[in-house]
Design a protein around this ligand. Structure first.
Ligand code: GLA
Length: 345
């Protein structure tokens, strides 16, 4: 009797960015935290086909390897296909994908899927190589010129901790999450896709600003008058002030000053709303409602923006039922990194 190929279970968390959005592509700072919502891929390696079903989509992925082009159908599977194009796995894989993350809502569902797929398909390099592979896959799958926020949050995650990431040096510091602080994620009800959004346009505006005043991560607000175009100037002001807020918010979190931490979050939302213009009226209204609640220290849009989720920091139990706002909400905990387990059965 031939033994069936070993069962593999790959798991990758999503992330919530506590503060520091649209700073990664400008070499700045961010403070994300991997969360206990994520992607699981379970199946067996072998053969020369890639066959995956997703619990969230009716059509399955079924292609023969080697795969040379990520632009396949069904389109949800392009993230996995892009990983297979990058990785050129030695053998096929047959399995299922399940996810507890809302898709396209600012919680890094695509990076989580790409990293779980790379592990399932047999990736063996370093954590940094895994993050870079997932970033290239995102670009190949949907053409979004994303930074490394999502991928680094997923592979370098530490349970019970946020990560303070410097995207200039790629240095990562772990920051313990204080006991007595709830991190709550609430879906605004506004669906968005990164590819369809103005992400690339915002990134280009930051690059334009940097070509005038130098790297935004090391510039100061005194440099801003040199930028003549008022829109480019506002985009740059967001990145410069957001990096300072990350430094201050991280210090506040380390010292347990959760009130000041929350204030920086709400200031960050205003900057993303007014200077970077990646919020929506529905998201702004949700932030207003949440920050007016007793015990809520602060709230902000999280991730790329243009809809999706809001993150709030509050006293334990202050937002007892996060589903009451739009039907979708979660009290999240800081989770550990992506992993792959092989089980002999
Ligand atoms: C998306 C991108 C990240 C980052 C955020 C905004 O999640 O994938 O690289 O730019 O938007 O902070």
């Amino acid at each position: 009797m031939t033994a069936s190929p070993t069962l593999g279970v790959a798991q990758a968390p999503g992330r919530v960015n506590l503060i520091g959005d649209h700073t990664d592509h400008a070499g700045g700072l961010a403070l994300p935290m991997a969360i206990d919502l994520g992607t699981t891929i379970e199946g067996r390696r072998g053969g020369d086909r890639l066959q995956l079903r997703s619990a969230q989509f009716p059509s399955a992925l079924s292609v023969s390897l080697p795969l040379r082009d990520a632009r396949i159908e069904p389109d949800w599977a392009r993230y996995v296909a892009a990983v297979a194009v990058e990785l050129q796995p030695q053998q096929g894989f047959t399995g299922t994908i399940t996810s507890t993350l809302p898709l396209g809502a600012g919680l890094s569902s695509s990076a989580s899927l790409e990293i779980a797929a790379a592990l399932a398909l047999g990736f063996t390099g370093s954590d940094m190589e895994l993050a870079l592979l997932a970033q290239r896959s995102e670009f190949a799958a949907v053409g979004v010129p994303c930074g490394l926020l999502d991928q680094l949050s997923c592979v370098f995650a530490r349970e019970g901790h946020a990560l303070c990431i410097d995207f200039g040096s790629l240095e990562i510091e772990t920051v313990p999450m204080p006991v007595g602080l709830d991190i709550v994620v609430v879906h605004s009800g506004v669906e968005r896709t990164l590819a369809g959004s103005a992400y690339a346009e915002r990134r280009a505006a930051c690059e334009r600003a940097a070509s005038i005043i130098g790297p935004l991560a090391t510039s100061s607000i005194e440099d801003l008058p040199a930028i003549a175009d008022p829109i480019i100037r506002r985009r740059a002001r967001h990145v410069i002030t957001e990096c300072s807020r990350v430094v201050e918010a991280t210090a506040a979190l380390r010292s347990g000053d959760v009130v000041s931490f929350g204030e920086h979050m709400t200031d960050s939302h205003r900057s993303l709303r007014d200077d970077f213009e990646v919020s929506t009226p529905e998201v702004d209204a949700l932030v207003e409602v949440l920050t007016a609640m007793p015990g809520v220290h602060g709230a902000r849009i999280t991730g790329a923006g243009f809809g999706g989720c809001v993150v709030a920091a509050c006293e334990p139990g202050a937002i007892a039922d996060p589903t009451t706002f739009s039907g979708r909400g979660w009290i999240v905990r800081a989770a550990g990194p992506a992993s792959m387990q092989l089980i002999d059965d």
